[in-house]
Design a protein around this ligand. Structure first.
Ligand SMILES: Cc1cc2nc3c(=O)[nH]c(=O)nc-3n(C[C@H](O)[C@H](O)[C@H](O)COP(=O)(O)OP(=O)(O)OC[C@H]3O[C@@H](n4cnc5c(N)ncnc54)[C@H](O)[C@@H]3O)c2cc1C
Length: 264
């Protein structure tokens, strides 16, 4: 049995960042994940998109997301300095493209809503979209651009967070957590898949919706449909968001929908 100040179950972008920050705050930290960094954070397109993903009823969330986006450059700078690794942060703006009349109407509506909120967005004609991104098909109708939405390489990001945590003294247990250990209704530790036990004053469950740790409520998570394609591939997705990646790989995505969580 091992004892730490904090246990973080789940080594995705959330758990890794928490573990790193907790270790920086002088806590002894155990991170539990059989394959850190290979969950949703590995699949993600890495869009940092408070503006293009702002929707009705999410005004408070928008304020939080804009604040987070504002802090992102210094977060990246600190992480890269701590590890000597790059995370592919690209403050290059995001272009939302309409392929037909329905998309155009949807973008018009989103644009009006975002302007009402005072969010910096600009409506573009087809020619202006293609000037920004020449690989777009000539038949696209129009678009919308914002300089606020950026991108990070989510795979490099989790690699760097893992390295930063380990440098800061986080102990990584490459196993599953199979059960939460309780003292009354208080979490005091976890049992690992090999039977080992780690106890701590603070237990953080950051295993996304599929953690299957007994005795805990599963979190509700958004699921996103996303297609990845090499630059130059044609896109037939409706109202897609185009996000060129730092290594020539691009991500094409549709707006997210909530439907639990799956592992693929
Ligand atoms: C296809 C796709 C594209 C996306 N694109 C974007 C995007 O462009 N921008 C954006 O902001 N978001 C995007 N998202 C959402 C984003 O990826 C997630 O919100 C984010 O990665 C969640 O991070 P996390 O750390 O909570 O979960 P994860 O990255 O899934 O990490 C959870 C970790 O917990 C571990 N774990 C689970 N259970 C246990 C257990 N019992 N014991 C030990 N370990 C356990 C798993 O192995 C995993 O490593 C996308 C998601 C998907 C699926």
């Amino acid at each position: 049995m091992t004892r730490r100040d904090a246990i973080v179950v789940g080594g995705g972008v959330i758990g890794l960042a928490i573990a790193w920050r907790a270790a920086q705050a002088q806590l002894s930290v155990a991170l539990v994940d059989d394959d850190p960094g290979k969950g949703a954070s590995w699949a993600a397109a890495g869009m940092l998109a408070p503006v293009t993903e702002a929707h009705y009823g999410e005004q408070s969330l928008l304020a939080l997301n804009l604040d987070s986006a504002h802090r992102y450059p210094s977060f990246v700078e600190e992480l890269e300095a701590a590890t000597g690794m790059t995370v592919g942060y690209r403050p290059s703006g995001t272009l939302v493209v309409a392929a037909d009349d329905d998309d155009t109407a949807a973008i018009d509506e989103l644009f009006r809503f975002q302007r009402e909120l005072g969010v910096p967005v600009q409506r573009l004609r087809r020619r202006e979209c293609r000037a920004l991104e020449p690989l777009l098909a000539p038949r696209i109708r129009s678009g919308m651009v914002t300089e606020v939405d950026h991108q990070v390489d989510s795979r490099r990001l989790v690699d760097a967070l893992l390295a930063a945590g380990e440098r800061e003294g986080v102990t990584v247990h490459r196993r599953r957590a199979t059960a939460l250990r309780l003292d009354g209704n208080r979490a005091v530790g976890v049992t690992l898949s090999d039977g080992d036990v780690v106890e701590a004053a603070t237990v953080v469950l950051a295993g996304s919706g599929r953690s299957r740790v007994r005795s805990c409520a599963c979190a509700h998570r958004p699921r996103r449909r996303c297609w990845r394609a090499r630059c130059g591939a044609s896109c037939t997705a409706r109202l897609c968001t185009w996000c060129p990646g730092p290594t020539g790989r691009s991500s094409l995505g549709r707006p997210s929908r909530s439907a639990g969580s799956t592992r693929r």
